[in-house]
Design a protein around this ligand. Structure first.
Ligand code: ADP
Ligand code: MG
Ligand code: MG
Length: 252
C-alpha cells in the first residue's frame, strides 16, 4: 500500500515564494486531480516534489510511506518510486529513447538488478503497442522533433515501464487530440492499483471524464484553497474560478 503526505510545503523560485503551504495526502488506489488557473504554482508543486534544483523548498514535509522525500537526491526520489510526466518534456540529442528508458528502468531497479536487454525490448514493444506508438520512436533521439502529442505519449510510455508508486502527470492532456487522450487515459487507468497513487494536474474537466478522480483540489496563489469530489471539476468547467475567489475573498 501507499501513503504520500505533503504537509505545509513552501517553495521559492528565484527567491520568490510560489508555494505558500500546500498540504495533500494521497493513499494507495487514489487519484487526486489538481486544477487551477495558470501561474498558480501547479507545475512548481510537481517540480518541487521531484527535487528540481531551481525550486527551493523552505518549509514543510513530504513523506512517501515512512521515507522523507525532501532528504533524497533527485535520483533517489525516482528510485523510491516518484515519477513526473512533464508539461514540457525536454529534447535530448544523442540519446535514443530506448537508451534513455533502459537507463531509467535500471536506475529504478538498482545495481545488480538490471533488466536484460531482451526483456527490456519485449516490454518496450508491448507498451508502445498499447499506446499505439510507431516502433521507430524507440530509436529516435529523446523527444527530438516529437510533436506535442508524441511527447506526451512518450511520457506515459516511461510511466508504464517504470511502474512508479506515485505518478504525477502535469497537463498530460494539453496537445492531445481526442483519440490520443483516450489512449493515454487507458494507459493511466491500466496502472491504477492499491499500491499506487496519482496526482493529476489539469486545466480541463475533459481529461477527468477519462480518468475519474477520487478527489479534486483547486490551487490558487500557491495554496490548495478548495477540495471536493468529481462534482467540483464539473462546476469549475461550467462556472470557472470566480465563484471560488468570491467565496474565499481572494483578490486577483
Ligand atoms: P502553473 O503550473 O500553475 O501554471 P507554475 O508553477 O508554472 O504555474 O508557475 C507559478 C509561478 O512561478 C509563475 O509566476 C511562474 O512565472 C513562476 N515560475 C515557475 N517556474 C519558474 C522558473 N523556472 N523560473 C522563474 N519563474 C518560475
Ligand atoms: Mg500552466
Ligand atoms: Mg503548469
Amino acid at each position: 500500500s501507499l501513503k504520500f503526505t505533503i504537509d505545509g510545503l513552501k517553495a521559492n523560485v528565484e527567491g520568490k515564494e510560489i508555494l505558500k503551504g500546500v498540504s495533500l495526502e494521497i493513499k494507495g488506489g487514489e487519484v487526486h486531480a489538481v486544477m487551477g488557473p495558470n501561474g498558480t504554482g501547479k507545475s512548481t508543486l510537481a517540480s518541487a516534489l521531484m527535487g528540481h534544483p531551481k525550486y527551493e523548498v523552505t518549509e514543510g514535509s513530504v513523506i512517501l510511506n515512512d521515507e522523507d522525500v525532501l532528504d533524497m537526491a533527485v535520483d533517489e526520489r525516482a528510485r523510491a518510486g516518484l515519477f513526473l510526466a512533464m508539461q514540457y518534456p525536454s529534447e535530448i540529442t544523442g540519446v535514443t529513447n530506448a537508451d534513455f528508458l533502459r537507463s531509467a528502468i535500471n536506475a529504478r531497479r538498482g545495481e545488480g538488478n538490471e533488466i536484460s536487454l531482451i526483456r527490456f525490448i519485449r516490454q518496450m514493444e508491448a507498451k508502445m503497442k498499447d499506446l499505439e506508438m510507431n516502433a521507430e520512436f524507440m530509436h529516435r533521439y529523446l523527444n527530438e522533433g516529437f510533436s506535442g502529442g508524441e511527447k506526451k505519449r512518450n511520457e506515459i510510455l516511461q510511466m508504464l515501464l517504470l511502474e512508479p508508486k506515485l505518478c504525477i502527470l502535469d497537463e498530460i492532456d494539453s496537445g492531445l487530440d481526442i483519440d490520443a487522450l483516450r489512449i493515454v487515459a487507458e494507459g493511466v487507468n491500466a496502472l491504477r492499483s492499491e499500491d499506487r497513487g496519482f496526482l493529476i494536474i489539469t486545466h480541463y474537466q475533459r481529461l477527468l471524464n477519462y480518468i475519474q478522480p477520487d478527489f479534486v483540489h483547486v490551487m490558487m496563489q500557491g495554496r490548495i484553497v478548495k477540495s471536493g469530489g468529481p462534482e467540483l471539476s464539473q462546476r469549475l468547467e461550467a462556472e470557472g474560478y470566480d465563484w471560488i475567489k468570491e467565496e474565499l475573498g481572494i483578490e486577483d
